[in-house]
Design a protein around this ligand. Structure first.
Ligand SMILES: Nc1ncnc2c1ncn2[C@@H]1O[C@H](COP(=O)(O)OP(=O)(O)OP(=O)(O)O)[C@@H](O)[C@H]1O
Length: 254
């Protein structure tokens, strides 16, 4: 188990935002996290990444309590792509992506040609080659999202925590980014709003009211009844005649 939580919870001013989460994440899997706005997906990801300290329970990373590990060590294992992550400084795309190498650099490990290669690969994989010299402030929302992902990839993590990574992306880049993540030799936990994208994950966790209310294979977890119960919409499942893939269609509650 690469990442595991036990009775994990986080409260603020006496209000439980995340509670009772028991989660064991397998090495190499892509786990989708779905749930309505405010159900605790981002908070859970922050707890998993050690960015937020639990008020109850613990997160263990490769068998060690993440809270006891040096940040640099955690950053060599986990890259976290935050929702609405912003960079206000006047930096270029190349500078921003190079920051991903920070956990690996030090007095005895100066920048090397290998770091250049890793940064170039990350830019290529996110379709950002050619943007290196652009100022961050001049990028569109989707280009920023891809550059943030390039920085996460440049970190060469074993675990990617991605909070709505396809936000702002056009459909072609949504598909290519998700395909890229599932093809990488990494463990990924991805908060998603698109249930059809969640269907292609190895497993899906459903958050509601700060609790993990279901966890399992997408076809088992994402039933019409559960989608209705959790999201308050009517749903039907249709089959794509092109390849037999199951797809959700949604209707307003009548
Ligand atoms: N620091 C905080 N203080 C008070 N409330 C907070 C704090 N952080 C998060 N919350 C609340 O906790 C709840 C869960 O937030 P979180 O961002 O984890 O939800 P989410 O499932 O990621 O939502 P979304 O789909 O809208 O991104 C929300 O109601 C949010 O307002």
């Amino acid at each position: 188990m690469i990442l595991r939580t036990k009775d994990l919870g986080w409260s603020v001013r006496g209000k439980a935002i995340v509670s009772g989460v028991d989660l064991a994440i397998n090495e190499g899997e892509t786990l989708g996290l779905i749930g309505p706005n405010g159900s605790g997906k981002s908070t859970l990801l922050k707890l998993l990444g050690g960015i937020r300290q639990p008020t109850r329970g613990a997160v263990s990373l490769q068998g060690r309590d993440i809270a006891s590990m040096p940040r640099r060590k955690v950053a060599q294992i986990i890259a976290f792509l935050e929702q609405q992550a912003e960079t206000t400084e006047a930096i270029t795309v190349r500078d921003a992506v190079e920051l991903g190498r920070t956990p690996w650099l030090g007095p005895l490990q100066p920048w090397s040609p290998e770091d250049d290669r890793i940064v170039a690969d990350a830019l290529r994989d996110t379709d950002m080659t050619g943007f290196e010299k652009r100022q961050w402030a001049t990028l569109s929302g989707g280009e920023r999202q891809r550059a943030h992902l390039a920085r996460s990839l440049a970190q060469r993590p074993e675990i990617l925590l991605l909070d709505e990574p396809t936000n702002h992306l056009d459909i072609q880049h949504q598909l290519s980014i998700l395909q890229l993540v599932s093809s990488l030799p990494v463990t990924a936990v991805i908060a998603l709003h698109d249930l059809n994208q969640a269907l292609s994950c190895d497993r899906v966790g459903v958050m509601a009211g700060g609790r993990l209310v279901a966890l399992g294979k997408p076809e088992d977890v994402l039933s019409v009844e559960r989608v209705t119960a959790v999201f308050g919409v009517r749903a039907s499942i249709i089959t794509d005649p092109a390849d037999g893939t199951r797809l959700f269609r949604f209707h307003s509650p009548s």
